[in-house]
Write a protein that binds this ligand. Sequence first.
Ligand code: G
Ligand code: MN
Length: 296
Amino acid sequence: MYSAKTKGGGIRIYEPSLSPAMRDRLVLETDLRVALVTGKLTLYYQPIVEVATSTIIGVEALIRWPHPTRGLLIPSHFLGVAEDAGLLGILDRWVLRQAIAQLAEWWHNGHQIAISINLTDHSLRDPELIFDIEDLITEYDVPADAIIIEITEYTALRDMATTNEVLNGLKQLGVRIALDDFGTGYASLTNLRNLPVEILKLDRTFSAGIGTKAEDEAVVQALLQLGQGLSLTVVVEGVEQPVQQAWLERAGCQLIQGYLLGRPMPPEEAQVLFGTHPITETENDNDVAAGIAETG
Ligand code: G
Ligand code: MN
């Protein structure tokens, strides 16, 4: 039935030959529809820390699905199914409302942090997104510049004309745009100049070699300088070791994110850390680098 509905209604013949993998996908799709309708998805928040003051100035919202039998699922486990089922628009709208409502609550509680939101390129090619975000800003009465929309290089370049129109519309609202996973894709420096991007997030594959690989350090150093030259704020992702944090501080890096500063966590846990100094508090935590591997 769901397979038929997905295809816009009509008849699908039940095929006993459906492979176990296909059946599993169908079940997951059904579960996802139910989870979306019954509000069973959740957002985790990972701290973004200002190096100079070692305080949390923002969080990245990351979607999680506590599945009744499969455990806590990360986006790579279900975004493909969501895309096939035509659910990306609904999913992104849910993420936006949830994140902005959380932002409003935090500001109301006196925590003036920024929130970074990941959207799929499906939404970033839809000019309606501008009005939807504008409405949410009004409804929840939050400052537009506390909202950061993260886009990947791939998204930015895939349909550059439309995406650029959407991004410029968001910029006019005062919303900031971050280029995620920077350095892993195809964004040329020319593209970078033409996109309304204010923040660069250096992919964690670069920070991995800090402290051990001179080549990686040279690349990070160069990218930090590039950011500075273009007046962009740079966030280095994937900081897991104190030695990496110390190196980045010496290199003049402004913002860092990674397991050393905090894993993605439920909002109540994140709020406890606001106003504290997570770097010094997690330094002795042997557990920090033992996370699950995933691709945002
Ligand atoms: O692509 P994007 O930057 O949005 O991906 C963020 C993802 O990276 C999150 O799902 C998060 O769990 C993961 N992540 C965050 N910090 C670290 C880290 O220090 N090390 C590793 N390996 N993954 C991380
Ligand atoms: Mn991201």
